[in-house]
Design a protein around this ligand. Structure first.
Ligand SMILES: Cc1cc2nc3c(=O)[nH]c(=O)nc-3n(C[C@H](O)[C@H](O)[C@H](O)COP(=O)(O)O)c2cc1C
Ligand SMILES: [Fe+2]
Ligand SMILES: [Fe+2]
Length: 393
């Protein structure tokens, strides 16, 4: 079996999952996903996280290939979420002398996941502690709520590598053969952004805290728990994380997120896009048909958004409510938002969408709120034109 080297002393033993239907039972991953795990080979051997139980066997084989006849001294547990931790027990049972390295919160939660006796086998680290492996030395930095409470990252100072847990992760299998897959700048952001906003999005402030800690380290390489190793242009990736975690828009443009039962609200959305499209970038998404996580990604990406939905049983059309509740739970904020509602006898969707938007921070509703009464007519078409003008102003 090929050993995949990240550096002279660090090996990649992660695995691809290309058969999972939905990541976290929610996110489509048309290109799969990788569960990354690394091994530092030195006088002492450290395994950096495990993988999802869907892939335990394949991971163990790779690990064996790197270890040959040696045994690991430490398992570093950055994160207890099962996509990284659900193979811990099997590894710990195979190597009874191996110590488990985590922080106080890791071990508070550990027993909820695993029924196993780890007394005498734990190394509890705190902020700034270090662990020498020989030539390599790991330092630990706590990253609570990025995006679980027990998350920590590790910095290896000899090779200047940051093991960043889920931070800087990206959807997509790696399909690597002999060398570690390195990110290609042009296609990293798309799936890394969708990953970030949907999974970590709510926790901008803790991410900012972590970035501050990281800025004090000389980092030459980032090894995340999903997606490629980042080596070149680190300022690009870190810059993206700065933007995303501060909730600042990344690009100028307008997302029009619509839902429509019979097509009239859709027509209004397209009409608006036509008016705007002459002047600015506009992206349309049909919330009933297109992937919700893509819509969330685009809502955060652009500086403006328009929501358009029919009234439905006195409420708003359900996928719109779902979308807005998702945005709220991911702390959507600092954006300008336009509203188009539709209703045949008592339009309510506009008021309700506005109400949900007002529960979010620093959302400016752009006037006029457009009401379509069943199908577009002269008045509502004019209102759409007026909304387009306020949006591009
Ligand atoms: C099941 C159902 C419930 C509806 N409930 C309401 C309602 O409570 N109030 C209202 O004004 N219109 C209601 N409507 C009408 C739609 O909001 C209206 O026909 C709208 O024009 C549909 O826009 P669309 O062509 O984009 O689907 C309802 C329609 C359906 C199918
Ligand atoms: Fe996670
Ligand atoms: Fe993860």
């Amino acid at each position: 079996m090929n050993k995949v080297k990240v550096t002279d002393g660090i090996f990649y033993v992660g695995v691809d999952d290309e058969t999972i239907d939905l990541f976290e039972s929610q996110y489509e991953v048309p290109e799969g996903v990788s569960y990354n795990s690394y091994v530092i080979m030195d006088e002492k051997i450290a395994v950096m996280d495990t993988v999802d139980k869907r892939k335990t066997e394949e991971w163990m084989e790779k690990l064996q290939g790197v270890l040959e006849d040696r045994t690991p001294d430490y398992l570093i547990i950055s994160h207890l979420e099962p996509d990284h931790a659900s193979s811990i027990k099997i590894l710990a049972e195979k190597y009874p002398a191996m110590q488990l390295v985590g922080n106080a919160k890791t071990f508070q939660m550990f027993g909820n996941f695993f029924q196993m006796d780890i007394e005498g086998r734990t190394v509890v680290v705190k902020e700034g502690d270090s662990l020498s492996l020989g030539k390599h030395e790991l330092s630990f930095y706590m990253a609570p709520m990025v995006h679980w409470p027990e998350v920590m990252v590790e910095y290896e100072k000899t090779e200047k590598v940051l093991f960043s847990a889920d931070g800087f992760g990206k959807f997509g299998a790696l399909r690597m053969k002999e060398s570690p897959a390195e990110a290609k700048l042009e296609d990293w952001a798309c799936e890394a952004r969708r990953y970030y906003f949907n999974i970590v999005g709510k926790y901008g402030a803790p991410v900012q805290t972590l970035l501050k800690k990281a800025s004090g380290l000389d980092i030459q390489m980032i090894c995340p728990l999903h997606g490629p190793v980042l080596k070149e242009n680190l300022e690009y990736y870190i810059g993206k994380y700065q933007t995303w975690s501060s909730y600042e828009p990344e690009d100028k443009g307008i997302l029009i997120a619509y839902a429509s039962i019979h097509g009239n609200t859709k027509e209004a959305a397209y009409k608006l896009a036509e008016y705007i499209g002459e002047k600015e970038k506009v992206v349309l998404t049909d919330l009933s048909r297109q992937d919700m996580s893509e819509a969330i990604e685009d809502a955060f990406r652009y500086d403006r958004m328009v929501v358009a939905a029919p009234t439905y049983d006195g409420g708003m059309f359900p996928v719109m409510e779902d979308f807005l509740r998702h945005l709220k739970s991911k702390a959507y904020q600092k954006r300008k938002v336009g509203i188009i509602e539709n209703g045949s006898w008592a339009p309510m969707a506009g008021k309700l969408m506005k109400g949900l938007l007002e529960e979010m921070k620093q959302i400016e509703v752009i006037e006029p709120v457009v009401t379509v009464t069943s199908a577009l007519n002269e008045a509502s078409t004019k209102a759409i034109e007026a909304l387009a003008e306020s949006l591009v102003k």
